[in-house]
Design a protein around this ligand. Structure first.
Ligand SMILES: [Zn+2]
Length: 180
């Protein structure tokens, strides 16, 4: 039994309907997290990690506030899920995030062995699941990320657009906020 791959063990434990279908309820929660980032002038990205229907962690981007390049929503959510579950393998978990993950977060999702990723808006300028890089086509990587993009895409994109419009009007008025 110990020699079986993880996905087989999951099937034995939880039945064949694993992976679950994406649940919009959790994307709405991720959107609530993204709004917290919006309120404090951060790029509005939020993430929620769920295990068997239970929210394990939730986080939002705080890169500017905490002056740390690593503090993307997904990294923070993974970090607290590992602490909470006391282990680095999150193979029973699903990650919901409002924006397609960047190269760093895609790597972290793979490293944490998260089997199911659900994201909202596609990111043509940095998304490394499908848009800029199709991570599952990268040669030599032996872990794949099963994902569904475009969940509540309209709501997720709208929040980002509102944010960047606000940033533009602030910078036109002499504000110093950046848009990358
Ligand atoms: Zn990221």
């Amino acid at each position: 039994m110990d020699n079986l791959p993880e996905y087989k063990l999951r099937q034995i434990k939880y039945g064949k309907d694993v992976p679950h279908k994406p649940d919009e309820k959790f994307m709405y929660m991720a959107l609530e997290e993204a709004k917290k980032a919006f309120e404090i002038g951060e790029s509005p990205v939020g993430a929620v990690i769920v295990r068997r229907g239970e929210v394990i962690s939730a986080a939002y981007n705080t890169r500017e506030t905490e002056r740390n390049a690593l503090h993307h929503a997904e990294i923070k959510a993974i970090d607290s899920a590992c602490k909470k579950l006391n282990g680095w393998r999150l193979w029973e978990c699903e990650l919901y995030v409002t924006l397609e993950p960047c190269i760093m977060c895609s790597g972290a999702i793979m490293q944490a062995r998260i089997p199911n990723l659900y994201f909202g808006a596609f990111d043509e300028k940095g998304g490394c699941i499908k848009s800029c890089i199709d991570i599952n086509l990268v040669k030599g990587l032996n872990h794949k990320i099963k994902y569904t993009g475009g969940i509540l895409e309209g709501e997720c994109s709208k929040l980002l657009k509102e944010f960047f419009q606000r940033q533009r009007s602030l910078s036109n008025g002499g504000g110093l906020l950046r848009q990358d």
